[in-house]
Ligand binder design. Structure first.
Ligand SMILES: *[C@@H]1O[C@H](CO)[C@@H](O)[C@H](O)[C@H]1NC(C)=O
Ligand SMILES: *[C@@H]1O[C@H](CO)[C@@H](O)[C@H](O)[C@H]1NC(C)=O
Ligand SMILES: CC(=O)N[C@H]1CO[C@H](CO)[C@@H](O)[C@@H]1O
Length: 415
């Protein structure tokens, strides 16, 4: 109290208003507590083809808290589409944090674990693979591809991040965080650890490059790009040209029955002269005038026009999950869209962070229980394998389902 009294009123006011400004604004938060179904709309997409998968409201087979439930894909070889609406968000001048947790209980071999933010008005019952989105973020695994997608829609095109960000592939919960900042930088975090940080300008090809190689530049005539040159000091040794190419074979002997009169004078056959080294060439030395490989100079790209709003999504209003899964078992939870990095970090700590050790212990217990035949036999019951149902067996099966689904996925990504 004593300290309090000594602070002049206006400073106190400034401090208070600072905390008001600095407090987090949460645009959307879904922890999948009771009543979640009233906030989410399951799409009818793929229903008429009997390919729409069912969501299971569960904490999963292993977890750190059986009451902390999320939604999990529950049928193999199915499409999944579900979305929730929130009051429109414009991130201009603000940091935007998009975060959620994913657990692939099925030992994923081909399937997505990503989410989308959508800006156009949609009929949520029709939400599906063709619905345009603004941001797509999260893990995606198919065969050898194991990446964290970060796709940005800009000016009519979906842009994948240029350099792939890896993702987690184990069977435990992980938190994925995408931070978009008003200085057009971003960070991607997994389990509150930064995996990538960079600029919208360089990590995606949203705009044409700022600088390009001058297309009119030409290599100067006198540009010396010879690394080595003949030594001008080197001289041909005297008599070098007198060394014959071939000589008479010193080991050859005149045959015993050779008759000079009848056969003519005997001459030995010739062999290559070991002394002969070919036409003389001066030895090579390093070129003292070497200028390096010629490169066109860079100039400002006349096609580049800066967009100071490169990072801005002025009308985000739905979050959606739209997936294809070969093997189901992906569980989503704790979805957040906010303007505060610290808030997101705390949410991750209070959910994933708090439960991860217990979840891991429960998982290891489960592994011990049916590490042998039971769980694999269950998982593969639609496949008449006749093998021993061992891990390597199910592993190799996963591989064979790769290519076609991969192609399908890539085709879908390009939409
Ligand atoms: C939902 O998940 C729980 C926990 O893994 C499981 O016991 C249950 O069988 C699942 N239900 C469906 C319909 O898949
Ligand atoms: C948007 O795309 C069109 C057509 O591809 C292109 O002509 C235009 O320059 C692009 N605008 C920006 C700001 O990138
Ligand atoms: C490595 C592997 O098994 N690839 C397979 C992926 O799928 C295609 C098409 O179904 C097969 O032809 C490949 O052999």
């Amino acid at each position: 109290m004593a300290i309090h009294k000594r602070i002049p009123n206006f400073i106190f006011l400034i401090i208070v208003s600072f905390f008001v400004i600095a407090s987090a604004e949460v645009f959307f938060e879904e922890r999948f507590d009771d009543g979640w179904e009233s906030r989410w709309v399951k799409s009818d997409w793929k229903k008429d083809e009997n390919l729409a998968g069912e969501w299971n409201y569960t904490a999963g087979k292993w977890n750190g808290d059986p009451n902390d439930k999320g939604i999990q894909t529950s049928e193999d070889h199915r499409f999944y589409a579900i979305s929730a609406k929130f009051p429109a968000v414009n991130n201009k001048g603000k940091t935007l944090v998009f975060q959620f947790s994913v657990k692939h209980e099925q030992k994923i071999d081909c399937g997505g674990g990503y989410m989308k933010l959508i800006s156009v008005d949609i009929d949520q019952k029709q939400f599906g693979g063709e619905t345009p989105y603004s941001i797509m973020f999260g893990p995606d695994v198919c065969g050898s591809i194991k990446r964290t997608h970060a796709i940005l829609h800009y000016n009519g095109t979906n842009h994948l991040i240029k350099k792939e960000v890896p993702c987690e592939t184990d069977q435990l919960t992980h938190v994925y965080t995408f931070i978009l900042r008003p200085d057009a930088t971003f960070s991607i975090l997994i389990d509150n650890v930064e995996k990538r940080k960079g600029s919208f300008y360089t990590e995606w090809e949203l705009l044409p490059p700022k600088r390009i190689k001058d297309p009119n530049a030409k290599k100067p005539e006198d540009w010396d790009d010879r690394q080595q040159i003949p030594d001008p000091e080197d001289k041909k040794p005297d008599g070098y040209d007198d060394i014959p190419k071939e000589i008479a074979d010193p080991d050859a002997k005149k045959p015993e029955d050779w008759d000079d009169e009848e056969d003519g004078e005997w001459t030995p056959p010739t062999i290559p002269n070991p002394e002969y080294k070919g036409p003389w060439k001066p030895k090579k030395i390093k070129n003292p005038n070497y200028q390096g490989k010629w490169k066109a100079p860079k100039i400002d790209n006349p096609d580049f026009k800066d967009d100071p709003d490169l990072y801005v999504y002025p009308n985000l209003k739905y979050v959606g999950i739209e997936l294809w899964q070969v093997k189901s078992g992906t569980l989503f939870d704790n979805i957040l869209l906010a303007d505060d990095v610290e808030y997101a970090k705390k949410l991750a700590e209070e959910t994933w962070g708090k439960h991860k050790d217990a979840e891991k212990a429960a998982f290891e217990e489960e592994e011990k229980k049916d590490g042998t035949v039971v769980s694999d036999a269950e998982d593969n019951d639609d496949e008449s394998d006749g093998g021993d149902g061992s891990e390597s067996d199910s592993e190799s099966k996963s591989d064979t389902s790769n290519d076609s689904s991969e192609k399908e996925k890539d085709a879908r990504d390009e939409l």
